[in-house]
Design a protein around this ligand. Structure first.
Ligand code: ZN
Length: 225
């Protein structure tokens, strides 16, 4: 087991917990692809809260356990992680949670619309699609996820289950998980005032361009312009 990879997975799990986009019991799993190898490091523990390095497992992208141990309940969801790495070479981190507000949409089998600007800025200008239900870890569940994932779109809701986020780095994956949860929470809170309204499609592109323009200008500092 590479201690550096183990630490990176633990750090990513801690970041998910710190982001707040997680259910009360902390259920979820995080994996990191080993660069250049056909394997990943995976959180085999029951909760991302206080996840211990000893519970991290090294798993082949064919789903076989290579090092560590994998309780059955965690082994069942390995396939949805490996499928994302197999299908998307650029993906370096996969995160699965039951973050409460996003999971409310998953339970209702309703996609999340582009209700907040951050979705457009972080690769979800058309919101978050829903993958049809299948028993967790089943071939059906994985096939449904693959069918729902839109190339370049870093998140999908899992019907009657939770959320799956995948991105190049753990930092970006955690960020997207937080943005998805924030959009879902704002939408639920807006229901008393008529419900969420989508940003018009042409304005979503404008929001992204505006964000990129700010990014190019760099950090503002006094005395520098
Ligand atoms: Zn789950």
């Amino acid at each position: 087991m590479d201690p550096d990879m183990v630490q990176q997975v633990i750090d990513a799990a801690s970041r998910v917990v710190a982001s707040g986009a997680i259910s009360a019991n902390g259920h979820g799993n995080v994996s990191l692809r080993v660069p250049g190898e056909d394997e990943m490091y995976f959180t085999g523990g029951p909760s991302l809260r206080g996840h211990q390095p000893e519970a991290v497992a090294r798993v082949g992208l064919d789903g076989t356990l290579r090092e560590g141990r994998l309780p059955p309940i965690q082994a069942a969801v390995v396939a949805m992680h490996t499928a994302m790495y197999a299908d998307q070479p650029a993906v370096g981190c996969v995160i699965h949670t039951h973050s409460p507000f996003a999971t409310s949409f998953a339970v209702a089998r309703r996609p999340i619309g582009c209700w907040i600007e951050a979705l457009a800025m972080f690769g979800l200008p058309d919101g978050v699609p829903v993958a049809g239900y299948g028993p967790r870890g089943s071939d059906q569940a994985v096939a449904n996820i693959r069918a729902a994932v839109v190339p370049g779109v870093p998140a999908v809701l899992l019907a009657n289950h939770g959320v799956l986020v995948f991105h190049r780095t753990p930092e970006l994956a955690v960020l997207v998980g937080g943005v998805v949860e924030e959009a879902a929470q704002a939408a639920v809170n807006s229901i008393g005032f008529g419900g969420p309204v989508e940003i018009p499609p042409e304005m979503r592109a404008a929001a992204l361009q505006r964000a990129m323009a700010f990014e190019q200008e760099g950090t503002a500092e006094v005395g520098r312009r």
